[in-house]
Structure formats: structure tokens, C-alpha cells
Design a protein. Structure first.
Length: 251
């Protein structure tokens, strides 16, 4: 079995322009995503997929592999599907380009979980414990069936607890990383875009709206993404603290 981790990388973004090339501890943010992805033991090849020659040049300068895609791709998954003929592997991992603190172990677990039922898509989820995140549209929520399959993803707080003191139910957040069987990714760009995907602007809803199951995998915590200037500030602080701890050496 061959596993390719593909990182869709769009240079322009709405809330934080050019974020994937912003400096983060002396390296572009995208480099941190690429470097952590390369540390995953189950990944055979890591490739950045972009429509930007500036991103292409940056990735090649640090020795990474790049595949160029059309600028007309609407979502990251569309971008990967459009160049699938250039992506080797039975399994394609869609790794978002704005997660510089991504845990490589998460990717290894994703591959292991997928291998148990290799005809379905797998994505990680985590327990939401903060009300602020629950009501933040940037935090994607998901409700799941008893068998662990996703029922729905939303930017709204779901499920709605009408009787708040009568029931205790876990609320799940979604991490935007996907394990795609090659056949599913091949079909993705031919699937019609439904009203739910259009309303929520969540690419994974295209699968659910077209009857394609998404299995979930529970992980201990969220993978911090960089969507805003405040996110960038917090990630810089985390990396600086890590460097300081490392420089202190053993005690």
C-alpha cells in the first residue's frame, strides 16, 4: 500500500492574506505543515499542490515536491482531485496547509484506521469542551451516528440541547484532515455541489449530500490552525516556548 500526503496550498485567503508564506519562527508557515507531515511514519510521499508559482518556488527551495493545479479549484479537495493523475497511492491524505502544529501521529492513526475499512473516507474529531469554540463559526462541529459515521458537519452549534439539564451528550469538533481512498477522490470533482455545501461552505458536505459515508476517528485534542492574525500570534508564542524549553537542556 502506498500513501501520499497532499497539502493543498492556496496563497490568497480571506481572513489572513498570504498566510501560508507568512514567517513563523524563521520559516514559512507552510514549511511547518510540510515538515510535520514528513515525520509521519505511514506516509510514503509528501507533495504540495498549488496554483501559485510563488508557493511553488518556496517549496522547491526547501526541497519539497510540488504539483501545479488550476487556479479555478474551489476547495482543497477539488484541488487534489484535479491532479489525481499526478498523485501516486492507494490512499491520499488531504492535509490542510494552515496547521503548522499538526501531530504526525494523527496522520499515522488516520492511515491505520482507514486500513480497517479501506473503502471509506476517514477524518479526525475531538471533544469540544469550551462554549466559545462551540459558538465560533470557524470551529466546525460534527454529529455522529452510533457506528462513528458522520451525520452532519456545521459551523453552527450542533446538536441543539433543548433540555440542557436533562441530557449529557458529547459535542464534537472536526479537524480538517481526510484519508481519501483513491476511488472516492477520483469521483469527488464529478459530484454535484449541493445546497448544504453552498450554505455552510464546507467541502466535506459534498460527500454526505451524495450519499458517501465519512467515518470519524476520535483524537485527544484539536489541531490548531491559523485562520486569523490572533491565531498566528498564539502559534508563534507556542513555538517560542518550545524553543525556550529546548534551549534549557536537561536538568
Amino acid at each position: 500500500m502506498t500513501v501520499t500526503a497532499a497539502i493543498p496550498a492556496r496563497l490568497e485567503s480571506t481572513r489572513l492574506p498570504r498566510k501560508i508564506l507568512v514567517d513563523l519562527a524563521g520559516r514559512p508557515l507552510l514549511w511547518h505543515v510540510w515538515q510535520r507531515t514528513c515525520l509521519a511514519a505511514c506516509v510514503d510521499r509528501v507533495v504540495v499542490v498549488t496554483d501559485s508559482t510563488e508557493v511553488q518556488t518556496a517549496v522547491q527551495e526547501w526541497g519539497g515536491a510540488v504539483v501545479m493545479s488550476s487556479p479555478g479549484c474551489v476547495t482543497g479537495t477539488d484541488r487534489l482531485a484535479s491532479v489525481l493523475d499526478q498523485l501516486a497511492g492507494d490512499l491520499i491524505l488531504n492535509v490542510q496547509g494552515d496547521q503548522p502544529l499538526l501531530d504526525p501521529v494523527l496522520l499515522d492513526r488516520l492511515v491505520t484506521t482507514w486500513s480497517q475499512k479501506p473503502d471509506t473516507v476517514v477524518t479526525p474529531i475531538y471533544r469540544l469542551t469550551q462554549d466559545a469554540a462551540l459558538h465560533n463559526p470557524a470551529t466546525v462541529k460534527v454529529v455522529i451516528a452510533a457506528n462513528g459515521e458522520a451525520l452532519y458537519f456545521s459551523r453552527s452549534a450542533i446538536p441543539y440541547l433543548r433540555r440542557k439539564t436533562a441530557i449529557s451528550i458529547p459535542v464534537w469538533g472536526h479537524i480538517g484532515v481526510y484519508a481519501f481512498p483513491r476511488a472516492v477522490l477520483q469521483a469527488y470533482s464529478h459530484l454535484p455541489v449541493g445546497p448544504l455545501e453552498q450554505a455552510e461552505v464546507l467541502e466535506q458536505l459534498r460527500l454526505l449530500e451524495n450519499g458517501i459515508a465519512i467515518r470519524t476517528m476520535v483524537v485527544p485534542m484539536a489541531s490548531r490552525s491559523v485562520d486569523t492574525a490572533e491565531d498566528l500570534h498564539q502559534v508563534r508564542a507556542i513555538l517560542a516556548a518550545d524553543r525556550n524549553r529546548g534551549s534549557e537542556g536537561p536538568t
